[in-house]
Ligand binder design. Structure first.
Ligand SMILES: [Cu+2]
Length: 496
């Protein structure tokens, strides 16, 4: 347990110190010297000033044991704390973000989702390679207000390690429910652990609060651009502070849980190695100065701490233009995300074993492609939306839950050309099966690049290859700017 400073007590005044003490969850016991205090959001108490910089709090970790994890997730709206302010928002189990689920390959994850919202919802385990059918990762389920549902997910024995996440996926409600606070991280552990002095989970999200602490409904133009919040949060906090020691080797697992915001992360003064993006890991960790995370993407980073003060920032990202008459330039604004203070005695990293070598990821460029197809993502005026809203389509059609758009034979390895004819970028997500980006290459070298959210820039195409293996069933691909998904930029794939 980390010692609690007077400042922590001050900040947590409204919650109560007892909650902090009992809420402690040891993050990867044995690897880390200190525990994340609790899943309780920071808040200024009645006597505590709201402007005090809060220490980073990590969501509670629920860890599988004996190959199983049973979790009860209660989705509810009500009073909570966001960025140190009293707010009315949505949450899983009262926390923003919800608890972190820690799994191992081969595990059975059992989630009882209790819907205490006023609206229908459901649950998607983003990036997990699991069945899309039945009570698995089935986005066609509708869990009505006041009811509950038992989900069950069996991870394959060879499931790639990585950073994943969960959030609602009921068509038409997704942007509102994620922007409202419903998301949490999932970690699939490495078969061979990576020795570090400390692991952290950083869930980055954004939202907007009005003077009363409520999330205002978006304007139609916000929906067309994809709503972005005025505050960018790390684990529900605004610019929290974290401390480390020189030479410490930390592993940061970062989720972009923003509804629409693109993140261009920089941590000046520190050296970062990228272990992987989304699922699986690179054969060799990459030295990076910045990490681009589109909505839904995740990063698995190693940071060797250098003494001094740093700020984790996201830089502005140009996302193109909606093409609307009144001008529709769309950009994710930059923001400071957290402050990092590295001071004190050097960590003796000589005691830490080196980072183990990873098997090189599979490369579909050398495998036989069984089929090719082109998917076109478009924005147009009017069509069927009424009231002057733009249409959002895949292959000229808005989403229809009764139609199968793409039929694929089980076991196929397909090459898809994702074409974006609009003036703004769209990050395309396919459920269940990850995609290898074939062209254009993202990194300078020739190493395979796997992602489950692939950005397709304005007026351009990206070629990916996908192995439709291990599972059959019906699921979806869509733009992960969640307003675009809700407005129809989603199609159904059936693998059988
Ligand atoms: Cu989009």
């Amino acid at each position: 347990m980390q010692p609690i400073s007077r400042r922590d007590v001050l900040i947590l005044g409204g919650v109560g110190v007892a909650g902090v003490l009992v809420g402690g969850t040891g993050l990867i016991a044995g690897w880390t010297s200190a525990a994340g205090p609790s899943s309780l959001p920071n808040r200024a108490g009645p006597t505590g000033p709201a402007f005090v910089e809060a220490n980073l709090v990590e969501p509670k970790i629920l860890r599988s044991s004996g190959g199983t994890l049973h979790v009860r997730l209660t989705a509810a709206g009500g009073p909570t704390s966001i960025a140190g302010r009293d707010a009315t928002a949505l949450s899983y189990n009262g926390g923003i973000p919800g608890p972190t689920l820690l799994l191992r390959p081969g595990d059975l994850l059992h989630v009882t989702l209790q819907n205490q919202l006023k609206s229908v919802t459901n649950l998607h385990v983003h990036g997990l390679h699991v069945s899309p059918e039945g009570n698995n990762d089935n986005v066609f389920l509708a869990i009505e207000a006041g009811s509950s549902f038992d989900y069950e997910y069996r991870l394959p024995e060879d499931h790639p390690p990585g950073v994943y996440w969960y959030h609602p996926h009921h068509h038409g409600m997704v942007a509102e429910q994620v922007f409202g606070g419903l998301y949490g991280a999932i970690i699939v552990e490495d078969p061979t652990p990576i020795p570090v002095t400390r692991e952290r989970v950083l869930v980055i999200s954004d939202t907007t609060l009005d003077a009363a602490g409520r999330i205002p409904p978006p304007a139609p133009t916000d929906r067309m651009m994809g709503r972005e919040g005025t505050i960018v949060l790390v684990n529900g906090q605004s610019t929290p502070h974290l401390t480390s020691a020189p030479s410490a080797r930390e592993r940061w697992r970062i989720v972009n849980a923003c509804a629409s915001r693109y993140l261009d992360l920089r941590l000046d003064g520190q050296s970062m190695k990228l272990l992987g993006i989304d699922s699986g890991r690179f054969g060799t960790p990459r030295d990076v100065e910045e990490v681009l995370l589109r909505p839904g993407n995740r990063a698995d980073l190693l940071i060797t701490m250098a003494a001094g003060q740093s700020v984790l920032r996201t830089l502005p990202v140009d996302r193109g233009n909606t093409g609307m008459m009144m001008g529709g330039a769309t950009a994710s604004t930059g923001a400071d995300l957290l402050t990092l203070g590295v001071a004190g005695d050097h960590t003796d990293t000589a005691l830490l074993p080196p980072v183990p070598k990873q098997a090189a990821p599979r490369d579909l460029r050398t495998e036989h492609v069984t089929g090719r197809r082109e998917l076109t993502f478009a924005m147009g005026m009017g069509m069927g939306m009424g009231s002057g809203m733009m249409s959002f389509t895949v292959d000229g059609k808005p989403f229809d839950p009764t139609r199968v758009d793409t039929l694929v034979e089980a076991g196929a390895i397909e090459e898809w050309t994702l074409t974006n004819t609009s003036l703004m970028d769209h990050p395309i997500h396919l459920h269940v099966w990850p995609m290898q980006i074939v062209d254009p290459s993202l990194n300078g070298d020739d190493s395979p690049e796997w992602q489950d959210v692939v950005n397709v820039p304005a007026n351009s195409s990206v070629r990916v290859r996908i192995p439709f293996e291990d599972f059959t069933g019906r699921t979806v691909y869509h733009c992960h700017i969640l307003d675009h998904e809700d407005l129809g930029m989603m199609g159904i794939i059936d693998v059988r």
